[in-house]
Ligand binder design. Sequence first.
Ligand SMILES: Nc1ncnc2c1ncn2[C@@H]1O[C@H](COP(=O)(O)OP(=O)(O)OP(=O)(O)O)[C@@H](O)[C@H]1O
Ligand SMILES: [Mg+2]
Length: 240
Amino acid sequence: MLREVTAIRYVTPLREGGSLPGVVEADDLGTYVVKFRGAGQGPKALVAEVISGELARRLGLPVPDMAVVQLDPVVARAEPDEEVQELIKASAGANLGMDFLPGALGYDPVAHPVEAGLASRVLAFDAFVENVDRSWRNPNLLIWHNALWLIDHGATLYFHHNWPRAEAVVHRPYKWDDHVLKPYATALATEGPALAARLTPSLIREAVDLVPDEWLDDGGKDAYISHLTARAAEPEAWLP
Ligand SMILES: Nc1ncnc2c1ncn2[C@@H]1O[C@H](COP(=O)(O)OP(=O)(O)OP(=O)(O)O)[C@@H](O)[C@H]1O
Ligand SMILES: [Mg+2]
C-alpha cells in the first residue's frame, strides 16, 4: 500500500495546474501537492499517477514520494474560492498526494542541460507509459536542489480510457517529436533496451498493486497488469 495520511489544512490552490491541484498539510506535518479525485480528469488520472510514478521510481528515476491523502471536506471550509470548494466537496475520501518540493523551478531545457543517460531513460520511460505531457510547452519536470524531478503522470496510460480497444494498442509507437529532453537523449540506443529489460512482470505488478481499489473501474488491477506486461515484452514497438 501507499503510505496514508489525513489532510488537516488546505493551504492554497496551484493555479498553474489544469486540474486545480492544491497544497495541503497533513497529520504527519508533511506538505503535499494533492490531485483531487473529484477533478474533471476523474480518478483515472490518479491511477495513472500512481502506476507510472511508482514505475518510474522503481526504474531509478527521481519522483517525489507519493501518499494517499484522506480528505474530510471540512478542512477547506475557510477557502473562499467557490471552484475550490466544489472540488473539495466532490473529493471526500482518498486523494493522491505528492511531496511538495518548496521553491522548485519549472524546467527550462536551455538553462538545464540533462546528462545523456538520464535524459534517455526518462524518454524511454515516457515511451513505455505513453506520456504526452513532457513537451517543451508543458514539461512537467521540476528543478529542485539542483536536480531534475518528474511530476504529473496523470495523462499517461491513456489506453485505460477505452478498455475495449486497449489490447489493440499494446504495441502503439510513441510520438516523441516534441519531447522536451529529445535533444539530450543521445544514449537511447543503449539506455532504452536496458530500461525495457527492467520492466519485469513483478515490477509492473508491484506498481499496480499500490493503487487504492476505490479509484479503479471494472477491469481492476489485472487489466493494467496484462496490458503493461504485454507492452513491456515488445520494446522494439515503442522505443523511439
Ligand atoms: N511536488 C511538487 N512540488 C512543487 N511544485 C509542484 C509539485 N507538483 C506540482 N507542482 C507545481 O504545480 C503545477 C501543476 O502540477 P501538475 O502539473 O502536477 O498539475 P496538473 O493539473 O496535472 O497540470 P496540467 O495543467 O499539466 O495538467 C506544476 O507545474 C508545478 O509548478
Ligand atoms: Mg502539469
